[in-house]
Design a protein around this ligand. Structure first.
Ligand code: PMP
Length: 434
């Protein structure tokens, strides 16, 4: 049935587990079916693994590789900086240039600070919000992922049958070893419930509301019409800082991220991933009057590797491509073709599934007949069957995430999309109905 085999990867990961726990360096890489893979190189839309397979890649490292693997212009920019020094412990013109580019692209970005990872950017945004408002309470939503740090790793990634009724969203830690005290000033609400959030903000004691403006981690779920605007208004009215976590959507769903595409501007936003096409760059961007509070030094923000010059050169080259109109036009076209083709293939196979999100990041939810409105709406997704599908799809040369997300890059051309759709159809025929 399968044209590709992964025995070398399987053996290497197993052997490596004697030195690297689980054989992987992020929990998101654990337990992948049929095995976590070991790669040799990436090129355009393809990854080459140590079994000699060339796989069409829709993981894209969980988002960063918006221009595909090893794009010549980004690599050349990074090469150009390599001989000039790796870290200065001081400033370079590159970080100022990069900040200007972010500001030109992203509506909320009057000021920009670079950071080391998405998780760190979230930490900075929350610290800023608490410092500036002199309030402690932060609100997040069920199923929204904001990084793996103790303070925000709450109420995601747990079986749905453990959560209470929607009117009283459940706050639970998502990892063993997480300090419960870090959640003391965190409240968890159900997303897309306007009345719930607006009435909570109206109490006047909320420092910040943080959300993925479109839920991309749990499923491709859009805000209901008017929801983001209502949250925006309530925050403005009651002095609460609205934070959009654009670590996935930023520089991916359009040059200005979700905030530009959806037309709602937050006070602060966090970025990482697609901003530098694989180089470690993250950022907080936001309103001047908030961000400028960092100037006096009383709000701490550190990071040895922040604005690393090679990464900054790569970020500039990436953003220079993303502002060219044809970059996104092509991704819209090819991504839409892929979304429609996958939806048709599942329908033809007699399998209920929704395909929702943006052409550049969408989710296939097997088992749903209607798009979910929030985290709980995903409870009916048949995760085991979809995992079986992605494992079989890998055997047909296409690598897609088990949890349903598909990331698109500029190198997923019409031909690559057609090849992918043929693999999807073959896979569905191979595995047949349950
Ligand atoms: N926020 C969101 C919305 C994310 O998707 C992620 C990463 N998946 C993070 C924060 C954390 O970013 P990082 O993995 O770079 O720490």
């Amino acid at each position: 049935m399968s044209n590709f085999t992964f025995s070398r990867s399987e053996a290497r990961v197993r052997e490596a587990a004697t030195i690297v726990p689980g054989g992987v360096n992020s929990n998101f890489r654990l337990g992948v079916a049929p095995t976590p893979l070991v790669f040799e190189r990436g090129e355009g839309p393809y990854l080459h693994d140590i079994d000699g397979n060339r796989l069409i890649d829709y993981y894209l490292a969980l988002g960063p590789m918006i221009l595909g693997h090893s794009p010549a212009d980004v690599i050349a920019a990074a090469h150009g900086q390599l001989d000039k020094g790796l870290l200065y412990g001081g400033q370079s013109e590159l970080e100022y240039e990069a900040a200007h580019r972010v500001s030109a692209m992203v509506p909320c970005a009057e000021r920009v600070r670079f950071a080391g990872s998405g998780s760190e950017a979230v930490q900075l945004a929350l610290r800023l919000a608490r410092a500036v408002t002199e309030r402690l309470t932060v609100i997040k939503f069920e199923g929204h992922y904001h990084g793996w740090l103790d303070s925000v790793l709450w109420s995601n990634g747990t079986p749905f049958d453990q959560v209470g009724p929607e009117e009283s969203p459940t706050k639970y830690r998502a990892s063993a070893g997480q300090d419960p005290a870090t959640g003391e000033n965190l409240e968890v609400l159900s997303w897309n419930q306007e009345e719930q959030i607006v009435s909570r903000i109206a109490k006047g004691d909320v420092a910040a509301v943080i959300m993925e403006a479109t839920m991309c981690n749990s499923g491709g779920i859009f805000a209901k019409p008017g929801y983001l605007e209502a949250v925006r208004d309530a925050c403005t009215k009651h002095g609460t800082i609205l934070i959009f976590d654009e670590v996935i959507t930023g520089f991916r769903v359009g040059p200005g991220g979700a905030q530009k595409r959806l037309g709602v501007t937050p006070d602060l936003a966090t970025f990482a991933k697609a901003m530098a096409n694989g180089f470690t760059v993250a950022a907080v961007a936001g309103r001047a009057e908030i961000m400028d509070q960092l100037s006096s030094g009383h709000i701490m923000h550190g990071g040895t590797y922040n604005a690393q010059p090679v990464a900054m050169a790569a970020a500039i080259a990436t953003m220079d491509r993303l502002v060219q109109s044809e970059t996104f036009e092509a991704m819209e076209r090819n991504g839409t073709r892929l979304m429609n083709g996958i939806a048709e293939a599942f329908a033809e196979a007699g399998l209920p599934a929704t395909v929702t999100g943006y052409p550049q990041i969408f989710t296939v939810a097997l088992g749903l007949t209607e798009p979910a409105e929030n985290y709980r709406g995903l409870a009916k997704v048949d995760r085991a069957a979809y995992r079986h599908f992605t494992a079989a799809l890998l055997g047909n040369g296409v690598r897609a995430l088990e949890r349903g997300a598909w990331f698109l890059c500029t190198e997923h051309t019409e031909d690559v999309v057609d090849e992918t759709l043929a693999a999807v159809r073959k896979t569905l025929a191979d595995i047949g109905p349950d």
